[in-house]
Design a protein around this ligand. Sequence first.
Ligand code: ZN
Length: 176
Amino acid sequence: MDLLVIHYISLPPGEFGGPGVVELFTNRLDPAAHPFYASIAGLKASAHFLIRRDGELIQFVPCGKRAWHAGASSWKGRARCNDFSIGIEVEGSGEAPFTDRQYDRLAALTRALKARYPIRDIVGHADVAPGRKDDPGPHFDWARLRAMLEINRHAASKTGTAKTPRRQPRAKHKLR
Ligand SMILES: [Zn+2]
């Protein structure tokens, strides 16, 4: 796995905090629970990680295994991004900004993943499936995420303990 793909998701669309996303990713979504759910019944979808609005991190799929998050996709000439990417769903929509806690968690998770896997690029779903997908959408602040990752790198190199930036996992969860 050498690519991170960032998505947003909310179920029902635009509603946060409910059990729908977890149910979808664990194949337990009840088609009768909401009109929208009937339209996605039987959809095979999963992601490695979900970051909820309060920053809670939930892992569904081991990082070394394929998850079904990217669909028909390609990046830098390589098709089927699911084969080589880790999918991170950030609970959100195209209409609302993401939360501070989500950025904090996402930056920590990204650092942890980069320490463990040869991650070359961090992209959005829209970047690997242009025209078909638009997440993580207009409210996702790429500059903010990049700045958070940069600050960590500079802070690490300023300690003088390592010539190359230290990339220690900060996340409390165990990577599988
Ligand atoms: Zn997506």
